[in-house]
Ligand binder design. Sequence first.
Ligand SMILES: Nc1ncnc2c1ncn2[C@@H]1O[C@H](COP(=O)(O)OP(=O)(O)OP(=O)(O)O)[C@@H](O)[C@H]1O
Length: 264
Amino acid sequence: MSTDIVLKVQGVSKRFGGLQALSEVGVEIRKGQVYGLIGPNGAGKTTFFNVITGLYTPDGGSFELGGMPYRPAAVHLVAKAGIARTFQNIRLFPEMTALENVMVGRHVRTHSGLLGAIFRTPSFKKEEAEIAQRARELLEYVGIGRHAEFRARTLSYGDQRRLEIARALATDPQLIALDEPAAGMNQTEKVVLRELIDRIRKDGRTILLIEHDVKLVMGLCDRVTVLDYGKQIAEGTPAEVQSNEKVIEAYLGAGHAQAPAATH
Ligand SMILES: Nc1ncnc2c1ncn2[C@@H]1O[C@H](COP(=O)(O)OP(=O)(O)OP(=O)(O)O)[C@@H](O)[C@H]1O
């Protein structure tokens, strides 16, 4: 079956004790789209990410990736199935170099296995050289090639976020899920990030994005879902969502200074 829907999620719910963190949420993300997930603090955005990437077990819902049903049961299986993600709180290997961090991401797709690594077989060495080459290309691609040999912890915050994106890209994902990639970035870094996300999309990738910077979301996304208290209160193009009464209320009600409609 051929489809241009990369990720289809229907009716996903998740409860923590007495708190309904997600309530029957669904999205349909098409190939080449940047799809935004927004909503006030505590709306359920990260929970949704954690469910689709196998960190949380949902109470209900169905999942399709590239037209095939998938069960987001464990993080490594989700990575193999083709979803790569970054985290709100950066999760790199701080003592490893930038290059090594990206190489780790690439190992999801390697073949030589443990015995090859232990005995350093010719096929292992060849594969390792290819991985290093590809990792260097990805560091260049995200704009931090000059930092390849630096330990991850020594990079600036913005560069660490870009390194996380390079590592996610290294798995050759069908979908790349970015959890607040602009958090902690200054305006200049945000402009560079926006260009990078745009470029990733132009190169044929599909992106799911959680972001608090509403201006960035509205400028970048093809479609947007708005969550509030775990419920999907709106879905549509940025223009449609911006003028939605429920969305404006949710943002103003939560004490947000910046409702989506007020950002242009
Ligand atoms: N592991 C957990 N155990 C209990 N409650 C949780 C857990 N994870 C999230 N929650 C609760 O679920 C709700 C949704 O949280 P979530 O982090 O998904 O929201 P969010 O939209 O990502 O918020 P933010 O924008 O602040 O990151 C919150 O009330 C949160 O406290």
